[in-house]
Design a protein around this ligand. Structure first.
Ligand code: ZN
Length: 345
């Protein structure tokens, strides 16, 4: 199927919240990784989300160019072309973008969408994330509300973040930092500010002890009930229509029961990056170690073209990552949920 349009993407999000499953949103930085996601989703008969970060976009544009928006567009164009061959829907979004990077990343991408729409062409992306979680909440929401207005006009879904997701760079030790847990008061303020932009759609990454990157279980305590408390508060104050669509960031290494609890409380999208990177690289490491004297020209030998042709190890990496995508789909209870009608064979 082609990349989901705005209506289909919104239907996907609604179906997930209603039926208590979530879509894996998988970061890709190459055509091979994008193909792995499509394969994994198709084999799971699940729709899903392909995501590109600022760094991933810069990488994809080439080391001599390093244009994050250009690289993101390039991967997106590829996905639009090849997605037609897979019997599922895929949505395309961009990942974390701090306020000081908006002008280099999100804004040029929105301008591209505006240009395409003016020419009656479909959107390249379904949505973008603005990460203002390092700003005071009011400032975060000032920027978010302004973006949301422009997104609404262009049928784009905004994703924002409140609270602070821990991470390696934060030197998180233990779970004492209260900022790792979003409060119902914070999310009520989000709802109050953003419901003013009528007809717009947004997703909220609220933090409940999540940590970006890798962490060993037990390092930080996940409390998915934080999400439940936030949902109850917003429904009580603003009614059922205000119920949040949550995003789970920093979930690598989470226990399955924690993932399920988060999905039960309204998580519809879970970002999966680190685990995919490992699956991809693990397969390449295996190839290199088992074909050591074929990929290298050892002791005056000539190696083996078959083993050092990049396709040989990228193909195994693609399949290994596709398998990891299938596991993510299964963890999120999304197997067999595709909305694509032609999928039942
Ligand atoms: Zn985040």
């Amino acid at each position: 199927m082609p990349v989901a349009n705005c209506q289909t993407y919104c239907r996907m999000l609604d179906a997930a919240r209603e039926r208590r499953f979530a879509y894996p949103a998988i970061n890709v930085t190459s055509l091979t990784a994008a193909n792995a996601v499509l394969r994994g989703l198709a084999e799971s008969r699940s729709d899903g989300i392909i995501q590109i970060s600022t760094g991933g976009g810069a990488f994809a544009s080439g080391s001599a160019v390093k244009d994050m928006a250009l690289g993101a567009m390039s991967i997106a164009e590829h996905v639009h072309r090849v997605a037609e061959r897979y019997p599922i829907y895929v949505a395309l979004v961009t990942d974390h973008c701090l306020a000081d990077k908006l002008d280099q990343f999100v804004i040029p991408l929105v301008e591209e969408t505006e240009k395409r729409r003016a020419a009656r062409r479909p959107n390249l992306f379904n949505g973008h994330m603005f990460d203002g979680s390092n700003l005071p909440l009011s400032e975060n929401l000032d920027i978010a509300a302004k973006l949301l207005e422009r997104f609404r006009q262009n049928e784009l879904v905004l994703e924002i973040e409140v609270g602070v997701v821990g991470g390696e760079e934060d030197g998180v030790v233990g779970s004492a930092d209260a900022k790792l847990y979003t409060t119902p008061a914070d999310t009520l303020e989000v709802a109050r500010r953003l419901k003013a932009v009528e007809g717009a759609r947004y997703l909220l990454a609220a933090t409940f002890g999540n940590v970006h990157g890798v962490y060993k279980p037990g390092h930080v305590k996940l409390k998915p009930t934080v999400l439940k408390d936030c949902q109850e508060a917003v429904v009580k104050t603003y009614g059922e229509m205000a119920r949040f669509y949550f995003v789970f960031h920093g979930g690598s290494g989470s226990a399955l029961h924690e993932i399920h609890a988060a999905v039960d409380y309204g998580v519809v999208k879970m970002n999966v990056d680190t685990d995919m990177q490992y699956a991809f690289t693990r397969a390449i490491a295996d190839h290199m170690f088992t074909h050591y004297d074929s990929v290298l020209k050892v002791d005056g030998e000539v190696g083996s073209k078959k083993a050092y042709d990049p396709r040989s190890y990228l193909a195994v990496a693609e399949i290994a990552m596709a398998e990891r995508v299938k596991q993510a789909v299964s963890d999120l209870r999304a197997g067999g949920t595709t909305l694509f009608k032609g999928s039942e064979t």
